[in-house]
Write a protein that binds this ligand. Sequence first.
Ligand SMILES: [Zn+2]
Ligand SMILES: [Zn+2]
Length: 262
Amino acid sequence: MCLAVLLPVSVTVFSLFHPKTLEAAPPRGHQIVVHTAGRDVALEWPHRMRFRLAGSPRATITGMDGGACDFVLSVPGRITRAYRGTGEVLTDGGELVAVVHMDTEIAVASIVAAESPPGAPMNALEAQAVVARSYLLAAGKRHKHSDFCDTTHCQFLRSPPPPDSQFSRAAGATRGLVLVYNGRPIEALYSANCGGRTRTLEQAGLTARGYPYFAVRCIAGGSPSGHRVGLCQEGAALMAKQGAGWRQILNHYFPGAGIESR
Ligand SMILES: [Zn+2]
Ligand SMILES: [Zn+2]
């Protein structure tokens, strides 16, 4: 599908809800087009379109020009989120599947907003943005219908944050920059708190492409949380509070890796 080529990041959303019904709508003041069953339906707020499993729907959601747009997806009564990009609804395994195709930088800002601990300083958010972007470039095709999902299985992702938010600014300040090793973007891992020392892939029983993870000392103590490989979010926030820049944070948790524009 041409939409996927234009928008490099694809994310299956709402799969935890195993949806039998989905709804697509334009945000207030917007229009969207739903392409389904051989016809194009223009929807103007507050109109919406409901997809039911029984109808075996297959649809794409775009702007009036066939490209990216702002749209709202819901599992009625369960969850509603706004997205920017194009949407896809299909049927598989007795449930509906919703896929959002989006620009890499929109995905990075959305992930930084969803994944960062509360109160993380700007330098830590910038380090998180580079790590999230590296993962997006290096770890693709993890799901049948998309590269990624919106849960911690891949990276947690909600609606894009406002453009003037610290999360969008952290993405913007590091735009296009990724961690590289042997000239290739690395599948950059991170977790909440390493407990004082990060772990190797072998110690954590994980695999990741492109980088031989090292166990590094970390200034964050406390009880470990997460797989403890790669960037420690707690430690990164503490380093930033003590004045470390985002490059210094990344050099600490990913020794030997470079930072390049992609
Ligand atoms: Zn996933
Ligand atoms: Zn740590």
